[in-house]
Write a protein that binds this ligand. Sequence first.
Ligand SMILES: [Zn+2]
Length: 501
Amino acid sequence: MRLELKKFFVSTAIDYPSGLPHAGHLYEKICADVIARWHRLKGEKVHFSTGLDCHGQKIAENAKRAGLDPPKFVASMEPHYRQLCTNYNISFNDFIKTTEERHRKVVYQIFKKINEKGDIYKGEYQGLYCVDCETYYTPHEIEKGNNCPVHHKPLQTLKEESYFFRMSKYQTKLIESLKKTDLLWPVERRNEILARLEQPLRDLSVSRRSLKWGIPFPLDKKHVFFVWMDALVNYLTTIDYPNQKFKEFWPSDAHVIGRDIVWHHTVIWWSLLLSAEIELPRVISHGFINTDVGDKMSKSAGEVIDPKKLAEQFGADSLRYFLLREIPFGQDGVFSLTTLQSRVNNELANELGNLLNRTIALTEKKLGGKVSKQKTSSDLEKQLELDKISQLMDDFSFHLALREIFGFVSACNKYVNDQKPWEQSEQKATIILYNLVDALRVIAILLEPFIPNTSEKINAQIGVKKGLLKEAKLGLLEKTTVKKGPILFSKIDEKELAKEK
Ligand SMILES: [Zn+2]
């Protein structure tokens, strides 16, 4: 029997590059990256995709405003989104753009299946439309004064000839899927969608006649595909539907998306897949990062935080740590520089940085930098709750997993204080310092999904290679030579912070 590696497919939503990337884009990529890195750490075969959603009315409008044609406009935006991934160590396997030929092919294949099912018909559409959402809203969804419920701006009345997808046909199946499976996380989102599905589901307009910038509609040359119909299919394109990679990786284990597009990823996407007879993927929704003004940080709402500047000023790992530790994944959270400062100074610099520094300094001083296998400290072993950390990670409770890991870091610092290796004989110091270096090895493994740069720096200083999760237990270190390197984190002082305010 051949042992198959377990697979894991995680994706972000593809970003809509109508403007420069901001912290909302960053947050989603970091969350998906932690999931991808965690599953690689477990030894699984991972596919992690991100990319750009290039079509649609708003891109066309912004391109026009910039004096560019849409392809040139998108091309001018792409480097910024790629740079964001580079700056923050986003370990994607595929960066997909919906303008690629491979994508157009898959859109046509999926559409063909849906059309052959008898689920496409021609009609006329009239409704209240938000350009920013690229969505029609029903009267009970809109805000007072005919406003968009997301953007709080007046909706336009649009009337056009359009092709429709019989989404209403799948209402019962959608409700069943939501009730009987755990394909939508967290449960609050499931309840919201189920509540909306108590109203009769309308068919979906899947083509636009008024728009030129999109994938040409195969049944009618005067139309292009509705942008969502095209964008959602990217999750199949990235794993080469319908070929080998698709068979290996589908259904997706985690479409990581913002809570504003859960409807699109469950009701619309799932009903398209039901029609095409493709298995349903799991959808994982994160919250919004709020700022003082209380608006979500999205592509359309007001933008205040520039992730590029933050990476330069505070370092990618500080930001990654702060966002993952501070905001419970799945819920909304608040971005504040004061909290960032306190977490970096207390947890990263004081606790983690200090543990590494004093362990290396003492090992160099007392043992010439060399440690070899000794008896494992049962005190330390008791403080390392690996099963709990694994469970929290699999449950997407990243902030609690980090709390556990840093609980262990604190336990190690307490161990140094209690054992006082600087006062001990060489024999005793040998045991204590072996345990500390070994503990740092385990800490570097557990922190890799969260702060990969830092994990690498710790490994370099304690002279070990990058480890896997199965090696994250005490007592596996045979021998090593440590070498002092640069400090892991500088404290953020008030002056530094003032520059940002
Ligand atoms: Zn809107």
